[in-house]
Structures are given as structure tokens and as C-alpha cells.
Write a protein that binds this ligand. Structure first.
Ligand SMILES: O=C[C@H](O)COP(=O)(O)O
Length: 316
């Protein structure tokens, strides 16, 4: 496994997931222990927070997005933490994992990011509901790729999952993967719409078999977005898929992640369930529009011993 290896997918293998049954209380119990599993103090906590920053897909997906807002987001992605704080910690060259925008904002993001090396991720395929004809959804992927998107975050047709039509789901995601070409693909499962953890596990398997490079929890627009129990189930399916296929897939929790505590809890999950390799941006992203502010606040406290006044914090 290397940072550049993509998941080629497999044929549709129903036998890999059809018999899955999930003990929901056991999942919830295990998930509840995660935030308390590591008591991280001082330098360690700061190191984990800096690592979270390099894994953030810094996101704006709002109806009133403008090129100016996207340019400001990109400036933040290239310099997510105040230089004096980084200097005090001896850290250099920190950026977020990517920026994530709507397709019509990709060109503006590419311009703003220049040759910084920060990738642009674009949502596509009728985000967030995905209720558009497949040919239009594929055309939207091609448009975003053409605009320069390095990564595409697709949404699935939830009805395929709710009706157990795994072949339809597999065919749809495979076609999307093909339309992505060289751009990496994240499959957003919208887990808050999927009704059961079993459906989450099965949809995760199909998304990986169809060649997704990351599986992602949520659009940020469902009633319930990223939760630890859902994330735990998805991480276990990544582990199972790797054991069965030999291919490695990344994970992206997204939606409602706003605090430094969240950033630590999800990293503990990655490390405990999947191992250290999944603490790198090629295999782990946190999709968030407003997490960076709290992380910067905690880092500022770590360096200076006090919390910065709100007006000194960048609006992230
Ligand atoms: O993909 C990322 C999500 O849309 C971000 O959700 P959020 O605004 O709740 O952080």
C-alpha cells in the first residue's frame, strides 16, 4: 500500500456482506468509550490537533457561496494556523488536506490555491440528494473534473440501499468512478438517511467494490450527520474489505464536526480500528466547514497559555 495507490474495486460480491448482522448496542457501547480512550495532554494533544488540520477537507457548500468566499477559504487552507503559533511549535508548511466546494467554484479554488499543492475536492452528482437522472449526474462529474477538481465527492441514490438493490447501487457508483477518470472519488453514503447500521455496512461494501477511494459518512445536510457508531461500522467494513480484496480505502467523516474534541475522538477511532496509516490525509479526511476555529483556539492556548479573544480568531 502506498499513498498513491487507488482502490481498483472488484466485481460485485454479495457474498462479502449479505450475511452481515450488527449488534447496535455493542457498537454504541464501543463508540462511547472512544472519546475517553486517550487522555492526551499538552504536546501530544497539540500534535494530534495539528495532524487533524492536515486531514481537514476545508469546506464551503452554501447556497450563497461566492468566488470571494472561496478565495478566503483557500487562503485559510494554505495557512490554517497563525504562522507565529506554528513557529513556536517548530512546524512548517502545514496546510489542510483539501478544500471542498461546489462544481461551479472549482475554477476559483484552483486559481486561489495556485501551486500550493492543496487539492480541490468538488461535490457532484446532484449533491446533496442525488435525485437527478444518472446521465446528468455523470455529466456533472465530468464538468468538475474539467474545471480541475482533483477529487470528486459523489452522493449515492439512497433508494437503492433502502430497497436492497445492490446491483443498481454498484452500477451507479462504478459509472461515477469511470467518469472521475484520474480524479480520486469519495462516496458519500448519507448514513443519516439509510435507516440501519446494517444498511450502512452493506452500502459501504458496495461503494468500495465499485472502486471508491474513500467512503464518507454524510453531506452535512442530512438530519443526522457523522456519528461515532456509524463511523465505527464503516471503519470495520474498510478493514473487512481490505482483508477480502487486498485493497485499501480511506474514510471521511463529515457533517457537524465542530470541536477539537471531535477531531481527537475521530483520530482515536482511526488509530484503534484501522491503525496509524489511517492518520494520514491520503486515507483520512475530516469534512468540516467550521472545525478549524476551535482547533486554532486550542493550539493558541497550548502555545500562549491563554485563549485568544474571539475577534482575533479567523472566521472558519
Ligand atoms: O462535506 C462536508 C460537509 O458538508 C461539512 O459539514 P459541516 O458544514 O456540518 O461541517
Amino acid at each position: 500500500m502506498t499513498a498513491t495507490t487507488r482502490n481498483p474495486g472488484t466485481d460485485l460480491r454479495l457474498d462479502w456482506f449479505e450475511a452481515i448482522r450488527i449488534n447496535t448496542p455493542a457498537v454504541e457501547r464501543r463508540a462511547a468509550t472512544l472519546p475517553a480512550r486517550r487522555s492526551l495532554k499538552k504536546d501530544f494533544q497539540a500534535a494530534w490537533l495539528l495532524n487533524a488540520v492536515r486531514c481537514i477537507d476545508l469546506t464551503t457548500l452554501a447556497g450563497d457561496d461566492t468566488e470571494d468566499r472561496v478565495a478566503r477559504l483557500c487562503a485559510k487552507a494554505m495557512q490554517p494556523i497563525a504562522p507565529e503559533l506554528l513557529e513556536a511549535m517548530g512546524v512548517d508548511g502545514l496546510t489542510t488536506g483539501a478544500v471542498c466546494v461546489y462544481p461551479t467554484m472549482v475554477a476559483a479554488a484552483k486559481r486561489a490555491l495556485g501551486n500550493s499543492g492543496v487539492p480541490v475536492a468538488s461535490v457532484a452528482t446532484g449533491f446533496p440528494a442525488g435525485l437527478m437522472p444518472l446521465d446528468l449526474r455523470l455529466a456533472e462529474i465530468r464538468y468538475a473534473v474539467d474545471q480541475g477538481a482533483d477529487e470528486i465527492d459523489i452522493v449515492i441514490t439512497r433508494a437503492h440501499v433502502l430497497q436492497g438493490d445492490w446491483a443498481a447501487l454498484y452500477d451507479e457508483i462504478s459509472a461515477m468512478r469511470e467518469a472521475c477518470g484520474a480524479s480520486k472519488m469519495k462516496a458519500i453514503l448519507a448514513t443519516g438517511d439509510l435507516k440501519s447500521l446494517e444498511n450502512v455496512a452493506k452500502a459501504s461494501h458496495v461503494a468500495m467494490q465499485a472502486g471508491s477511494d474513500w467512503i464518507k459518512t454524510s453531506t452535512g445536510k442530512e438530519g443526522v450527520n457523522a456519528t461515532l457508531p456509524v463511523s465505527l461500522v464503516m471503519c470495520r467494513t474498510i478493514r473487512d474489505y481490505q482483508a477480502l480484496s487486498g485493497h485499501t480505502v480511506g474514510f471521511k467523516p463529515a457533517g457537524g464536526l465542530r470541536t477539537a474534541k471531535d477531531a481527537i475522538a475521530w483520530q482515536v477511532l482511526m488509530k484503534e480500528e484501522l491503525g496509524r496509516d489511517w492518520l494520514r490525509p491520503d486515507l483520512f479526511r475530516i469534512g468540516a466547514s467550521s472545525l478549524l476555529g476551535d482547533i486554532e483556539r486550542q493550539i493558541s492556548h497550548h502555545v500562549t497559555g491563554r485563549y485568544a479573544a474571539a475577534h482575533r480568531q479567523a472566521i472558519a
